[in-house]
Design a protein around this ligand. Sequence first.
Ligand code: FMN
Length: 658
Amino acid sequence: MTAYPNVFSPIEIGGTILRNRIAHAAILTRFVTDGRATDRLINYHSNRARGGAGMIVTEPVAMIGSNKDPGRLRAYDDAEMDSLRRLAEVVESEDCRLLGQVQDPGRGRHEVGRNDAAIGVSPLPDDLSWTVPHVLQVRDIDRVIGEWASGCRRLRDAGFSGVELSAGHGHLFHQFLSPRSNRREDDYGGDLEGRTRFLRELIAAIRAECGRPFIIGAKLPADDGVDGSIDMIEAAAIAAKLAATGEVDYWTFAWGAHANSLWTHLPNAYGERAPYLAAIAELASVAPGIPVGALGYITDPNEAEQAIESGLAQFVFLGRPLITDPAWPEKARTGREADIRYCVSCNTCWRSIIDGSRLECDNNPRVAEPDEAFGKPRPAAQSKRVVVVGAGVAGLEAAWVAAARGHDVTVLGASDEPGGKTRLHAELPGGENLSSIYDYQYLAGKKHGVRFELGVSAGLDTVLDRDPETVILATGSRMRAPDLIPHEFIEARLIEDLRSFIVPFIGRTAQEDGRVVLIDRDHTEMTYAAAEVLAQNFANVAIVTPRERIASDCALVNRQQIYQRLYDRGIEILTALEPVSLDDLEDGRLKLANVWSGVEAWLEDIVAITYSTAREPNDQLLEPLQADGIEVLTVGDCHAPRSLLASTRQGYQIGKAI
Ligand SMILES: Cc1cc2nc3c(=O)[nH]c(=O)nc-3n(C[C@H](O)[C@H](O)[C@H](O)COP(=O)(O)O)c2cc1C
């Protein structure tokens, strides 16, 4: 008996039975090389099928000859059928239905810079990259529809159960639907009839080519957040028109477009959970017979159960949560919710694929390993006494993995609670989900017999007293004060680093007079979350950075949201500027200079300065321990200041290696 009877009941979609109501939303992985599924891609999907998903939608498959992106699976000719068959076989053999995604980016491009190969609807620029596409003529449209239909047939022949048309997020199909991007005066533009014609013809062609049962799903635009484009009323009208084809077997709806609203397709902890559920149900109500998948920031099995039990959706899509834990479904079904590694909605995954590397996750260091879903760390050849100094995420990851391998592990943590600096971030706006990382690690450590000695400020003797054979130094880092700030100021705590300065303001809304200056040489998420807390406590907050913009170490989708929130809160963003003199600080004035021209500017009314800067490792114990002949490994920031992603990954690797 499961606690989620609705989630774990079968459903029929387009004449095909799914074993449960959990679908893996399409995720670009960058695990495709030369148009072929790599072992990594096979591992990725087979683990998610084994982990219990009822259906998996792949990343977009190349089906038209003009899209020869080597990073896409190929279905535009018969050459890669073996690769497609192999993928279908590993997924379908686990009683999980596999669907290929049908999509072309059109003029849409996330990176700065034009895409010369783009095809599109009208000669208008993409709102993000300003790419102007080559416009498809009517005869091109006939051709590409034929190519897509043939591509879908190849997927069917390879063993796929269906396809999903991706018409949200501002890609080509969306560009046809939107009155903002579609200014055609032929049959494929103009009114609703014209703008939906392309998709209606595509759906009809796929059905004619693939027959039934073959699932045709649709990811349609909801409010895309762009003026003159698609709002909820237009989205409902589009949905009704496509439903009238009678060929859409399921649907879901996505927010955002290729514009400043792109981030809205990835909701996170700054807002409520499952924020789009009611609106998705509203859009789907135009054709109640079509099963609708809930989508967007559903991370917990209870949320999934609720979505279905309430009748708002018939099944749920999980995108990021299944990147973090492929066995989410099976763990939920069998009452092992505490064993789930939960998505923390940091969007590091999105950043990893957009930056051109491969899919990675802050809270899953094992994405696409062969035994990712249910594998256990391999036992160590010989058990050792291991002391981990530091209870941040790097140290905790190393500790639980080492203990799971049979080592005798003690963790010494300076704070009373585990989590290190990630714990501080978790207390800031938008950070709450981060606790899932260290909560999981701590519980896993306890389960595998790690001894936690927290609230212990470990010096050399404290460590040596535990008689370690191996020490893992995970003692983090400290922010390096800008050279301009005199040492006496730091000593007297007149000017503090952001991580110390912010603590008394968390949970307060004081609105004190004056301006706080935040010197930003960090550009990660936490700095801006802290800036928001400062804005709740001071009349003015100014972020000063020497770079040409802020948040450059964040995913584009996060950066957009950061800008939105900072501007909404009236926080000043001052770029290409460095503080150059503190001489007038007593009068509340700070002298800045432009980093290129040297032209000076003044900030007035200053009541405090804080800095968020590159960090330096707290590795003071390294040499003394080595001098004692002990094997010492450094991890996380103590090794070299790094991201959360790099910290959990390195912690895992060290735990696995010792
Ligand atoms: C790393 C990443 C890659 C994605 N790739 C695609 C894609 O190729 N096609 C697509 O339609 N959506 C893509 N999405 C959007 C997801 O399918 C989904 O709509 C979104 O993540 C919201 O669901 P979630 O909150 O469960 O993650 C991607 C999202 C992420 C995070």
